[in-house]
Design a protein. Structure first.
Length: 267
């Protein structure tokens, strides 16, 4: 069994869960107890909201740590370690830029909830977003939201993902950084705030080193994390640039690649 590994970080969508959003719970609980026995922490590292991620692990989420909202929300078991705080003028500026392009379906992500503006997105989009943001509210105007803002999560037509990614890079330079997991989803995050920065906060807090960390991911927003950790696995279903960032490729999310690999690492 590998006693040197002190942190295992996993992305969720396309990595840890299958496409139907399930995972083998008994198998995972078994691996988790083995990891805990050798003092290794399990970290859920995702662009999704903490309240959604936590619901994937009912009854035992307090045993896990979370780097949620692409590094903007970091929790060490029961203790909140870090939340990003986007300045109000930046928030308003981003809202104005997005409003220039009506096909951008915008979601504002705060500490307490995420928000959609009435009249700009459909009920269907709201319900779809609710899958990833279990705390989601309708508001009349995104600029009127009273919450600490972590990031934006705009959705654009899938075939125009990189068209909008480039627009965001140009127009929002220095204010927010776009990151994408592909498929029309782009996150606009506080500069320097990504999954690796979230992991670094936990690494420093726990007095361990990046060499003692393992990461699993399948999207471009996992690249910093895959580079940061001493051991890294891209999923077989990941695009080539993500595979290039990782040291190894493991079986796909549909084949329970994370669990298969962890069983070997903690045999």
């Amino acid at each position: 069994m590998n006693h040197d590994i002190k942190l295992v970080a996993v992305d969720i969508d396309g990595t840890f869960v299958r496409s139907d959003y399930t995972y083998d719970i008994p198998r995972f609980r078994h691996i988790l107890s083995r990891m805990q026995n050798v003092g290794c922490n399990f970290v859920v590292a995702s662009g999704n909201q903490y309240y959604q991620l936590r619901d994937l692990f009912p009854g035992y989420y307090d045993e896990l740590s979370f780097v949620a909202e692409n590094g903007a929300f970091v929790k060490d078991r029961k203790e909140l370690v870090f939340t990003a705080n986007m300045p109000k003028e930046t928030v308003d500026f981003v809202i104005d830029v997005c409003r220039e392009y009506p096909e951008i379906l915008n979601v504002l992500c705060g500490v307490n909830s995420a928000y959609c503006q009435r009249g700009t997105v459909s009920q269907e989009f709201f319900e779809l977003t609710n899958i990833y943001y279990h705390r989601l509210q309708w508001v009349d105007d995104l600029k009127e939201v009273k919450d600490q803002i972590l990031k934006f999560a705009p959705t654009v037509p899938e075939e125009k993902t990189y068209f909008y990614y480039d627009i965001f890079c140009k127009k929002l330079k220095g204010k927010v950084e776009p990151t994408t997991s592909g498929h029309g989803s782009i996150d606009l995050i506080v500069p320097g705030c990504h999954k690796a920065s979230g992991l670094k906060r936990l690494v420093e807090r726990w007095g361990i080193s990046p060499e003692q960390c393992v990461a699993f991911g399948d999207g471009e927003n996992d690249i910093e994390m895959l580079n940061y950790c001493g051991l890294s696995y891209a999923m077989k279903n990941a695009p080539q640039n993500v595979k290039n960032a990782a040291k190894y490729v493991c079986p796909s999310n549909e084949e329970d690649g994370v669990l298969v690999t962890l069983e070997k690492l903690f045999a």
